[in-house]
Design a protein around this ligand. Structure first.
Ligand code: B3K
Ligand code: ZN
Length: 876
């Protein structure tokens, strides 16, 4: 297949203003009758008279123009398109198609699951429902009528408002929905299913009463309450922070167990993976609750950033995704702990997005080419895209950012626009020039910012020299300097922030300020600096860059203790831990005994002593950098030595502070009824971090403590924390706990997913054999994406020491599963194939095994475009 290029964008020659669908469900068929109001696009330069519609996996039954049925000779149809020659300037096009939703294992378009039929149209699934001009710059108003068996499919839902419904012959019924807002077809949704319902309401600030509905599989309403609560919080937040309110009379969330991703923001009818809807204290962890809150907010926020203002083309995906992630991050920061939320988001960005940006799938936030658009719903488009929006916020400030958002909606409501339109609204509202800043949208790769500080005691000056560079990435050998907002402070020996005055300024301006780094090399001279400071750089992680600085270990422990920026207090510890582990890895490789500086051990001791001030933050400080992150820091990654050294640090800390960890485990218990709020979750996080340290000693006392905890735990957070420790331990408690867990939860799919995951990520020897055995477990199926993720993705992404086994067994196994999955569901298969992204980071022998595994995928015929693009790029 030919790649699609951004530079080839042209407006559509024909527009569709109105869509009437009549959908009839009668197993095995869904029959769709579409009436489309089509007209020439006055904005198109194309003067041809051919209308090309997209359509895949559907069988064309009839075509008519303005009521006249066309003969087969009057159109051309193939596996991708329906072509009509010499069409009028404006006309009504009618088509009838049918397809079998029960055979749709791709979970794209309209597909059947155990409780009924659901849609997923983004990015290009609508073409699997009817013939259409399937691109986001074609926006239409929809009127949809659904017909189905009443007993089997009691709920008939589509976007917008219910306008009529009734019974019809053969024990069937129908419902008609009208969406008053024009929308791109990727936001289309319909559901015909048997579901239970939880309802609520929300009065918007302009006084409109909106009906809120959460639909879940029968018997699960007791797990839907938190989602309804989160939806109301998100509605409230968007009104108060951005002045945005719901524009519909009704907002629906439907949960489905078979879903390719997290959730989907279809207008007025969001469809969610059950993982981001269902929660009860005994089935969901604190992290599950937190993610539900963020995802519900994210999808709701899309109603304005994505739906009211949408993307002109798929290269602009970050226009809605980067902006909406930024919005859900801010929501999370306001609802929970800002510092902890930021630490977690940055950890993920650096573990996953930085690796993507350094690998074969590297692409700009606004990609300029793709083969399969579904491969570009990436950490770069989402999370780096959010960082780019955050940098604009940092550069122009909160008030100007809000004016920019207002201007963006004023200009573009109801339109399909570009990332550049967004930046222009921000520029115009703030009266700043973001010309250079726009390079963040077009250049891929993670910039490296190297800082060197020099103190001149006589002149009382501190000079910070900042050099930026960006490594070459796929298709981009050279980069131009970025505009980088760098938030900094200078920390004095007593721990206080110094007043900051740059040379040439009349007076000091606060103790925390944002430097505009624009050149390849730039100097910032601070004056009136009374003593040698320790610089606190890139506070709050103000730009998505790799920061290098010449801090000593003592500088870092000073920042850990005193930095007024909480993120940088955590970051100093993370930098120091990374330094120690990487030095230890070198020592191990050279056959020496690694050393751990006493200053670091003492600093962790202080974290424990002060933990009560902010338990959630302390828990983050106790979590060492991930193995995957450490691997990225090496020229040739050594997964075994990283694993050994990282564990050694944990064990040394556990031995040294055993009493303190035991004390923390007892002290930070959470009495009373379970609540997922930040305070209670933070105490549990600390307590369970302490337990994990103790279990690293893997002696009988620790195992007994953990097993007891496993049995007495009353919520899933504590249960899973204990089970995870036991799954990594060699004692007999392991099998007992795993057996008890499965027996108790075998009917709760999301909990069974946890059971698979905890085994797939176990670091014990023989992991791969156990994973292979679990493939044959009666509860395992490749057809359910959550289940596939819980076993296969967990192994390939979160068990580095076994995935990268030196004999290549991990690679071979995952390659086989990519092929097996591809036959069912290309999107999920291609996600798994991306586990090979960083294969060139490893030694020659591992590279040989990885290459062979990738080749074994590539030589299969009937490979999907999704997997082919990923594998071709990896092998290029
Ligand atoms: N917009 C959807 C993602 C669609 C993915 C298509 N492969 C969910 C979200 O970002 O909110
Ligand atoms: Zn989104």
């Amino acid at each position: 297949p030919q790649p699609v290029l951004l530079k080839d964008y042209a407006p559509p020659p024909y527009l569709i203003d109105r869509v009437e669908l009549d959908v009839d469900v009668r197993e095995p068929w869904a029959t769709v009758h579409a009436r489309l109001a089509v007209r020439r696009n006055p904005g198109s330069k194309d003067t041809g008279r051919t209308l090309v519609l997209d359509g895949e996996h559907i069988e064309l039954l009839s075509v008519a123009i303005d009521g006249r049925a066309l003969a087969a000779s009057e159109y051309k149809v193939d596996a991708q398109n329906l072509r009509l020659e010499s069409v009028p300037d404006a006309f009504t096009l009618e088509t009838r198609v049918r397809f079998d939703p029960w055979k749709n294992t791709r979970l794209e378009g309209f597909y059947a699951t155990k409780d009924g039929l659901f849609t997923q149209c983004e990015a290009q699934g609508f073409r699997c429902i009817t013939y259409f001009v399937d691109r986001p710059d074609v926006m239409a108003k929809y009127l949809v009528t659904l017909h189905a068996d009443k007993e089997r499919f009691p709920r008939l839902l589509a976007n917008g408002n219910l306008v009529a419904s009734g019974d019809e012959e053969g024990a069937r019924h129908w419902a008609r929905w009208e969406d008053p807002f024009p929308k791109p077809c990727y936001l289309y949704a319909m559901v015909a299913a048997k579901l239970d319902l939880l309802e609520g309401s929300f009065t918007t600030r302009s006084g409109k009463n909106a009906l809120l509905q959460v639909y879940v599989e029968p018997g699960k309403v007791d797990q839907a309450g938190f989602t309804l609560h989160a939806l109301k919080k998100a509605m409230q937040w968007d009104e108060s922070v951005f002045g945005l309110e719901l524009d519909l009379d009704r907002f629906m969330i439907v949960a489905v167990g078979d879903f390719n991703m997290g959730a989907m923001e279809n207008k007025g009818l969001n469809i969610f993976n059950t993982k981001y809807v269902l929660a009860r204290p005994d089935t969901a962890t604190d992290m599950d609750y937190y993610l539900i809150d963020r995802v519900v907010a994210h999808e709701y926020f899309h109603n304005w950033t994505g739906n009211r203002v949408t993307c002109r083309d798929w290269f602009q995906l970050s226009l809605k995704e980067g902006l909406t992630v930024f919005r859900d991050q801010e929501y999370g920061a306001d609802e929970y702990s800002r510092a902890v939320a930021r630490i977690q988001d940055v950890r993920k960005l650096r573990e996953v997005q930085f690796a993507e940006d350094a690998g074969p799938m590297a692409h700009p936030v606004r990609p300029d080419t793709y083969v399969e658009i579904n491969n570009f719903y990436t950490p770069t488009v989402y999370d780096k895209g959010a960082e780019v929006v955050r940098m604009i916020h940092t550069i122009i400030g909160k008030a100007a950012f809000r004016r920019g958002m207002d201007l963006y909606f004023e200009r573009h409501d109801g339109q399909a626009v570009t990332c550049d339109d967004f930046v222009r609204a921000m520029e115009d509202a703030a009266k700043v020039d973001l010309t250079q800043f726009r390079r963040w949208y077009s250049q891929s790769g993670t910039p490296v910012v190297a800082c060197r500080g020099e103190y001149d005691a006589t002149a009382q000056k501190y000079t910070l020299t900042v050099k930026q560079s960006c490594p070459p990435t796929a298709g981009q050998p050279e980069k131009l300097p970025f505009h980088i907002p760098m938030a900094v402070g200078l920390v004095a020996a007593d721990g206080a922030d110094m007043a900051l005055r740059l040379e040439g300024e009349p007076r000091a301006q606060g103790t925390n300020r944002v430097l505009d780094v624009r050149e390849a090399e730039q100097r910032f001279v601070f004056v009136d600096v009374p003593s040698m400071p320790v610089p606190s750089l890139l506070r709050g992680f103000s730009a998505p860059v790799v920061l290098r600085s010449d801090w000593s270990d003592a500088d870092l422990t000073h920042l850990m203790a005193y930095d007024s920026d909480a993120f940088n207090r955590w970051e100093a510890g993370d930098v120091l831990a990374t330094r120690i582990i990487l030095a230890g890895v070198k020592a191990i490789q050279a056959g020496n005994v690694p050393e751990i500086p006493a200053a670091y051990i003492d600093a962790i001791g202080r974290v424990l002593v002060n933990a009560a001030r902010d338990p959630a933050f302390a828990a983050e400080c106790l979590a060492l950098p991930a193995e995957s992150f450490l691997a990225e820091q090496m020229d040739v990654a050594d997964p075994d030595a990283i694993h050994v050294m990282r564990k050694r640090v944990i064990r040394i800390l556990a031995t040294r502070y055993r009493t303190r960890f035991e004390g923390a485990f007892r002290h930070f218990s959470v009495p009373g009824a379970y609540s997922p709020d930040a305070g209670a979750a933070g105490r549990r996080a600390l307590r369970n971090a302490a337990l994990a340290y103790l279990m690293e000693l893997d002696d009988s006392t620790a195992r007994a403590l953990t097993f007891l905890e496993y049995r007495r735990a009353e919520n899933m957070t504590d249960t899973m924390a204990a089970l995870q420790c036991l799954a990594n331990s060699s004692g007999a408690e392991r099998e007992r706990a795993l057996g008890m867990f499965f027996e108790k939860w075998k009917d709760e799919a999301l909990v069974v997913d946890k059971w698979f995951r905890v085994q797939a990520t176990s670091e014990l020897a023989g992991a791969i054999d156990r994973v292979q055995a679990l493939l044959k477990h009666p509860a395992f199926t490749l057809a359910n994406p959550n289940r596939a993720r819980s076993l296969l993705f967990a192994f390939a992404r979160a068990n580095p020491v076994h995935f990268h086994a030196a004999d290549g067994s991990g690679y071979r196994f995952v390659a086989e599963q990519v092929v097996a999955l591809d036959a069912l569901n290309p999107q999920i298969a291609s996600g798994l194939a991306r586990s090979f992204d960083r294969w060139k980071k490893y030694d020659a022998a591992r590279q040989g095994h990885a290459r062979a595994a990738l080749e074994s995928i590539r030589t299969r015929d009937a490979l999907s475009n999704d997997v082919r693009e990923v594998v071709d790029r990896a092998l290029a």
